[in-house]
Ligand binder design. Structure first.
Ligand code: SME
Length: 160
């Protein structure tokens, strides 16, 4: 098992996190195992989060998958809230203030900003990766690029 040192607040070293994630997932391709492990990895290694995990695309809605954090809403229709917007548009949603986002679904009243990355395998959307923070404007453009890169590594190393 690799030793994980948490990042200094707001100063994530994404190239280093990519190497850590590659080594964490190197010996396993099972979806549930890797998705659970990746959620825990993000929750431990990315500072200032209150939720990190997956919603899985099933039909025309998203269904709660492996995550770390408080209990959450189970089903989200495509197009609803930040996760639904990521699924419907296929584009990462980086929201500085979730209370100003039309249709935001308040699963945890502690959340103030959110980053949701849609995940594709062979051109098909199969899930979204959702990170929530209690801080306003927690996710910078650099954080978005770093988390998108980590998500790519997860998809490459997992049977999705
Ligand atoms: N706030 C999200 C719902 C999921 S929870 O944050 C875990 C949204 O608006 O999509």
């Amino acid at each position: 098992m690799i030793e994980l040192q948490p990042s200094e607040q707001g100063h994530e070293d994404y190239p280093f996190l990519v190497m850590q994630l590659q080594s964490l997932l190197a010996d396993e391709r099972d979806f549930i195992a890797n998705a659970a492990q990746f959620s825990a990895f993000l929750f431990q290694q990315i500072s200032d989060l209150n939720w990190a995990g997956f919603y899985l695309a099933k039909g025309d809605e998203l269904v709660l998958g492996p995550f770390q954090g408080n209990v959450a809403c189970v089903r989200i229709p495509f197009g609803r809230g930040v996760c639904g917007a990521a699924a419907a548009t296929g584009k990462t949603q980086r929201v500085e203030d979730v209370h100003a986002f039309a249709g935001h679904i308040a699963c945890d009243s502690a959340s103030n900003s959110e980053l949701v990355v849609p995940l594709f395998k062979d051109g098909r959307l199969f899930a979204v990766l959702d990170l929530d923070s209690p801080s306003l404007g927690r996710f910078s453009v650099a954080d978005q690029a770093g988390i998108e890169r980590l998500a790519e590594v997860f998809v490459e190393l997992t049977d999705c």
